[in-house]
Design a binder for this molecule. Structure first.
Ligand SMILES: [Zn+2]
Length: 319
């Protein structure tokens, strides 16, 4: 699989030395009086915290990777079901929500709140965020191109019904972007996928991401996959030290910070869930970066970078 890094001089605007992208996964209209807040609590919940960050840091932009019809309740398979081998891969091993119960097309207040957030890109995070078998939340696994394309088509149509503009990119649930999904994203004219995550590999020029998602992708640079789709890696989260952020910026990379909208999904706690503690850390980090690097950082979104790259060098798959 050919993965071509894109050099900073080809994607950074004049005068900028590095970029910062902040993205949140699992955004959906669920509320804390249902199973948990995924954004449905609006100003009283995670979206309110994110809005405060945007207000406190007028340079900050963010991408909300939103699931148009969230059906997950818990990401953990129930134990009893795990003991029955034959049905394991063919059955939903955890209780799931009926289709449409958390559809963004039925949540006008939620969508209205998203649309009023300043400097916010709304992109895609799967369709239902569920799968049969042990990996409950890994939505794309062994499906064919046609099956992936069908899922994407349904997701795009719910975005449209909800009155949201067409998303430019997707972060796939559980980071997993098999080749059939990437091909289906190209067919459906997406600009980018944000699959890889690596928060351990040291930040050096040419470092690659090898933890979650597509392997061997550039850790701090955008890249073009063989199919032509652009790719961005996540390299920072709540547990990462501030020095890591400084190293990405000093190496002219994209500091790609991840958060999750759902902190506690029925006992499954996300280390990078957006809560008051992560809020304070990000608040401090953004202040420090601004003080140290000022206007040399391009505070932007994956969508904006992808659009810039594609407007300079039209999409062409190196064959
Ligand atoms: Zn997710």
């Amino acid at each position: 699989l050919q993965i071509t890094p894109i050099d900073p001089e080809r994607w950074l605007p004049p005068g900028k030395k590095a970029a910062l992208c902040f993205s949140i996964d699992d955004v959906h209209p669920g509320r804390s009086d249902q199973h948990y807040d995924g954004g449905g609590d609006l100003d009283k919940g995670v979206l309110g915290l994110l809005r405060q960050l945007l207000l406190r840091h007028p340079q900050l932009c963010m991408t909300l990777f939103t699931t148009p019809d969230w059906r997950e309740i818990s990401p953990k398979p129930s134990r009893a079901m795990r003991l029955i081998p034959w049905i394991r891969e063919r059955t939903y091993l955890a209780k799931i929500l009926p289709k449409g119960s958390r559809s963004i097309a039925r949540a006008p207040e939620f969508v209205g709140y998203l649309r009023e957030l300043p400097r916010t890109e709304i992109a895609l995070h799967g369709l239902h965020h569920i799968h049969t078998g042990a990996e409950v939340h890994v939505e794309f696994q062994h499906e064919s191109l046609v099956e992936c394309s069908h899922v994407l088509h349904e997701a795009l149509s719910i975005f449209e019904q909800a009155g949201l503009s067409r998303p430019l990119g997707m972060c796939p649930p559980g980071w997993n972007a098999p080749p059939a999904l990437v091909a289906a994203m190209v067919v459906n004219e997406f600009s980018y996928v944000a699959s890889s995550r690596d928060i351990r590999t040291p930040i050096v020029p040419g470092a690659t991401a090898n933890m979650s998602g597509i392997k061997n992708t550039p850790l701090i640079q955008p890249a073009r996959l063989e199919s032509g789709l652009l790719h961005f890696s996540t390299n920072f989260q709540a547990t990462s030290p501030i020095e890591r952020a400084f190293e990405v910026i000093r190496n002219s990379g994209i500091l790609a910070i991840k958060g999750h909208a759902v902190k506690n999904a029925m006992g499954f706690v996300a280390l990078d869930g957006i809560d008051a503690v992560y809020f304070n850390y990000l608040d401090l980090l953004f202040d420090k970066l601004q003080r140290e690097f000022g206007d040399t950082i391009w505070w932007t979104t994956f969508g904006e970078i992808a659009t810039r790259i594609n407007s300079i060098a039209p999409t062409e798959a190196p064959e």
